[in-house]
Write a new protein. Structure first.
Length: 486
């Protein structure tokens, strides 16, 4: 039964999405009905699998005794798969409105659905080889989505995304080979290399290369440039790229690498730990400063994503159990907050055709629900209590300070500086929208109106979640703590 629970959520959207590319839908309504049923059914089956599936492995394919494609449900799988299964239907509903007048809809919906299955493949991977395979497939599945407008800019963004992703995959492949050779590729909390007797420096060098390789999708400096470029894609695509499908797969892969493959015991206190943590601490303030400089709404949010991904990686590189809890907490929190922020940016672009920060003055009165939701996202991302971002950053700071080590404590200071910069680049937009300058040009009556219900429902629900997760965080914390001990 485990095999069915693990394979059905992956292959239902994978096969269904590819097959749907060949279907000629007679109407928009029939297309929406087909994909709505397919994606919601996949989410429901995923949640059933999360609740019912045991921890036994299922061997999908066996090449040799060492090389197998294996699926397994552990605590980390449950967290990541549950996140994807929750956010994908919201994005689907949002896209029904946003994509209504776009071209190449067959390609969009087909690969949108396929990406769901591939992301679940990353979540359910039971060893490094399986995760690597789905990780690579994710690049191929999301590339057409990045290039969906088929403009020159979109094509260039797609090429950049492909080059960066493939380069990162080449580095990650070195880690895969090392783990396979040392019979350590199966995911187990604590890893399999604590008793490694070979060349320790080689092990550490391979770890750093693999971390940087997987870190490309997590937009770690200096390999981050593909992510802001991908902001040219339609908002439902950028929302998924920045919230769960691609960048969180990169962060999730780095967590798997540290805690479930190499293991923290052999890494803590080494130059390799210092090196990867330093990269995250460079990325956080760099990307925050770049966000402040950006005048394009979505590019500002894109650089914000670069910064917040390194929050997750910083927590992961502390290499303690409380830090792992904080990393998963911020992974979930940032996904909810950032997808909400991109939804608001997309609603503004779709209904007002305004995409630069200076063009947003006074829009709060024309699109009040949208900008209330944006303000909630700004509060949560900055870490204003009682919104959910405060909780994840609090536990991250505690994990850093509790090490009594110089670099994590420096990281605590970096988090404070980044929070200040986040407040600047997020609240500048809210202030302009709600409190326009007297010299700002008036918006003609009736020229701009509130977003439609298919956009508003996901935004309002996610905004409520940002507040409720901050007011009542204990349930989520308990789930994560239980998950990271499995």
């Amino acid at each position: 039964m485990n095999g069915l629970y693990l394979t059905l959520p992956i292959f239902l959207p994978l096969v269904g999405g590819l097959a749907s590319y060949l279907i000629r839908f007679p109407s928009t309504r029939s297309r929406h009905l087909f994909y709505g049923v397919l994606i919601c059914l996949t989410s429901a089956i995923t949640w059933l699998s999360i609740l019912r599936c045991g921890s036994e492995s299922f061997q999908l394919l066996r090449f040799t005794e060492e090389l197998t494609l294996t699926l397994r449900m552990d605590g980390a799988s449950r967290l990541f798969a549950g996140l994807a299964a929750t956010l994908w239907p919201f994005t689907m509903l949002y896209a029904f409105d946003y994509m209504s007048h776009e071209k190449h809809l067959s390609m969009f919906w087909s690969f949108f659905t396929v990406s769901f299955g591939v992301t679940l493949g990353v979540a359910f991977a039971g060893n490094m080889m399986t995760m690597y395979l789905f990780y690579e497939l994710l690049t191929l599945a999301t590339l057409p989505l990045v290039m969906q407008p088929m403009s020159t800019t979109a094509r260039k963004a797609g090429v950049k995304y492909a080059v960066y992703s493939m380069s990162g995959a080449a580095l990650a492949f070195i880690g895969l080979v090392f783990l396979v050779v040392n019979d350590a590729q199966d995911f187990t909390l604590g890893g399999h290399l604590a008793g490694y007797t070979g060349d320790r420096q080689l092990l550490l060098a391979v770890f750093v290369l693999a971390f940087v390789g997987f870190g490309v999708k997590a937009a770690i400096w200096p390999l981050h440039a593909w992510l802001p470029a991908a902001a040219v894609a339609p908002t439902p695509v950028t929302a998924l790229l920045h919230a769960v499908a691609v960048v969180k797969s990169g962060a999730f892969a780095c967590i798997r690498l540290i805690y479930y493959a190499f293991g923290t015991e052999i890494l803590v206190g080494t130059w390799a730990q210092q090196a990867v943590m330093t990269l995250t601490l460079i990325t956080i303030p760099f990307a925050s400063c770049m966000s402040v400089k950006q005048r394009h709404f979505k590019r500002r949010l894109a650089y914000s994503t670069v910064s917040n991904l390194s929050y997750i990686l910083f927590a992961a590189t502390i290499m303690t159990l409380p830090a792992l809890t904080a990393a998963f907490l911020h992974l979930i929190v940032h996904s909810v907050v950032k997808i909400l922020a991109f939804f608001t940016a997309g609603a503004v672009l779709h209904y007002s055709h305004r995409e630069y920060v200076h063009q947003l003055e006074g829009l709060g009165k024309r699109m009040p629900v949208t900008f209330v939701c944006y303000t909630v996202a700004a509060c949560a991302l900055t870490g204003v209590p009682p919104f959910t971002g405060f909780v994840s950053k609090w536990y991250m700071a505690l994990a850093a300070v509790d090490t009594y080590q110089p670099l994590p404590i420096i990281g605590f200071g970096v988090l404070l500086v980044s929070a200040l910069l986040t407040a600047i680049y997020m609240f500048q937009i809210a202030v302009r929208a709600w409190f326009p300058r007297h010299s700002a040009p008036a918006i003609p009556e009736g020229s701009i109106h509130e977003a439609g219900w298919q956009m508003l429902v996901p935004m309002v629900v996610l905004a409520a979640a940002c507040l409720l997760m901050g007011l009542m965080p204990q349930g989520l914390l308990d789930l994560i703590r239980e998950a990271v001990t499995l």
